[in-house]
Design a protein around this ligand. Structure first.
Ligand code: SF4
Length: 189
């Protein structure tokens, strides 16, 4: 294991601890608002993010309950603890589809944000308020997509795996790679 891998895992572990502290104490996240907004919005100035920042609390509990369900999604637990932060998907593995008409932009689509009603998405502009924040880089957003099951799960119309990386997977293996039971994946589409 490299020094960087140790650092990344330590940073993720501290983040997990902070999130559990915030959720369990009910007020911990509010009392430490600059830390919370730094993690999710890349900005210590919490007063600029009060509305969406406040909605992170019920959203966090919804995510926890979803993870705890037998068929729940693993969300940020699906990202390896020791993996490098990422601001973009790995272009050696994925590419933008030829029939996608918006280049590197996501165009009109907000599907991967809206499926779980992410409060960080600014609905008035359609932009992510947390772009390139700690959460974005260290967990699922920045590196999306990492696999074909990832693309399938969100029915992403933009990305596809490069042919050299595509391997045939059973539905069970595909669902497992995003931490989800096949029947739950089928429900969400
Ligand atoms: S589902 Fe794909 S195209 Fe849609 S917002 Fe997410 S990454 Fe962009």
């Amino acid at each position: 294991m490299t020094l960087n891998e140790l650092k990344w895992s330590a940073l993720r572990t501290v983040f997990f601890g902070y999130i559990f502290f915030s959720l369990l104490t009910l007020v911990g996240g509010f009392l430490t608002a600059p830390i919370m907004t730094y993690y999710f919005f890349g900005d210590w100035r919490f007063w600029r993010h009060w509305g969406p920042g406040t909605r992170l609390f019920p959203h966090g509990w919804r995510m926890v309950l979803s993870v705890l369900q037998p068929n729940g999604h693993a969300f940020m637990f699906s990202v390896p603890l020791f993996s490098a932060p990422a601001s973009a998907p790995d272009r050696s593995r994925v590419r933008v589809r030829n029939d996608w008409g918006y280049g590197n932009s996501c165009g009109y689509c907000r599907r991967c944000c809206e499926i779980y009603k992410c409060p960080v998405l600014d609905k008035s502009t359609g932009l992510c308020r947390g772009y390139d924040s700690f959460f974005w880089r260290y967990f699922n957003c920045g590196r999306f997509p990492t696999s074909q099951p990832d693309i399938n799960f969100y029915a992403c119309p933009k990305w596809e795996m490069k042919p050299s990386t595509v391997v045939a997977e059973s539905p069970a293996a595909a669902a497992a790679s995003v931490g989800l039971a096949p029947e739950r994946q089928a429900q969400i589409g």
